[in-house]
Design a protein around this ligand. Structure first.
Ligand code: G1P
Length: 294
């Protein structure tokens, strides 16, 4: 059955980045660089590759540089033109969103992920949409959102991307219950945000990619605070699951949590090693460093 196309993606980028201080005191965590691109660029690229046409950023105070990043930098480009730096000019041009396809709105108070998504309701309107958490960047042959859209085209409804975690770590995430198999995933039977140790319904955690129906907005409007005293998206989804289907896409690539120091460092290493222009210069020294560890 043909489903409504997923045209819009929401990027909640208002988070304070407290796990990454002092770097994030003056620079948004989404602008920290993995190799030579800000983290947010990887996430936007994933969305664009999956066919997303409109990029909705929910920002907050101190995040203005994200909006500047997705705009033309007139003086810089003028200077590059004068100096015939054509490769750099075309790199910038390739990354620039088409005029009118990026929207920015502010989450005025950090009340939680559910509230941040609700802040995008007017821009998204009455159509299904994607959510990509900007901390999580992924490396895989088929992008995570692309795999989710394939399931969505089969099932409609709502789709979450999940991965397996060490059961000891389940209390840090949103966790789903596992139902019947659907394509490269399964039906979601339950959801719980940050379950108390030993109570998680499985070790499949929500990895930060969602396809949601617009009815989520009405639910989030009155959603009470949950885990961490925040308005949680997972709680809103649980309420929506009473009326609509949720499927999980089992993502099998690598995911790096760039909001944490270890994940960010591993992302830099992994993406640098994928780059033909960088790998030759770092592979030897890296092997030496690792050899010294043992
Ligand atoms: C958020 C979501 C959680 C999800 C996680 C993935 O939690 O609420 O369900 O598993 O992202 O990173 P946070 O990391 O904001 O605590």
């Amino acid at each position: 059955m043909a489903q409504t196309k997923i045209r819009k993606a929401v990027f909640p980028v208002a988070g304070l980045g407290t796990r990454f201080l002092p770097a994030t005191k003056a620079v948004p965590k989404e602008m920290l660089t993995v190799v030579d691109k800000p983290v947010i660029q990887y996430v936007v690229d994933e969305a664009a590759e999956a066919g997303i046409e409109h990029f909705v950023f929910v920002t907050g105070r101190g995040k203005g540089v994200i909006e500047d990043y997705f705009d033309i930098q007139f003086e810089l480009e003028q200077m590059l033109r004068e100096r015939n730096k054509n490769a750099e000019l075309s790199l910038l041009a390739d990354l620039l969103p088409t005029a009118g396809t990026a929207s920015f709105t502010r989450q005025q108070v950090p009340l939680g992920l559910g509230h941040a998504i609700w802040c995008a309701r007017d821009i998204v309107g009455n159509e299904p949409f994607a959510v990509l958490l900007p901390d999580m960047i992924m490396s895989s042959e088929k992008s995570c959102l692309k795999g989710m859209i394939e399931i969505y085209e089969e099932t409609g409804g709502n789709v979450l991307a999940v991965e397996e975690c060490d059961p000891e770590m389940a209390h840090k995430y949103g966790i789903v219950g596992v139902g019947d198999k659907v394509g490269e995933g399964f039906k979601v039977t339950e959801m719980v945000e940050k379950p108390a140790k030993g109570t998680a319904p499985s070790n499949f955690y929500i990895n930060g990619r969602y396809i949601l129906q617009p009815e989520i907005f009405g639910i989030l409007e009155t959603q009470e605070r949950g885990a961490g005293n925040e308005i949680q998206l997972t709680d809103g989804m649980l309420a929506l699951a009473k009326q609509q289907e949720f499927a999980a896409y089992h993502f099998k690539g690598e995911t790096f949590d760039c909001g944490a120091k270890d994940g960010f460092i591993l992302a830099n290493l992994a993406f640098a090693l994928q780059r033909g222009d960088i790998r030759p210069a770092i592979e030897g020294p890296l092997r030496e460093m690792v050899a010294k560890l043992s």
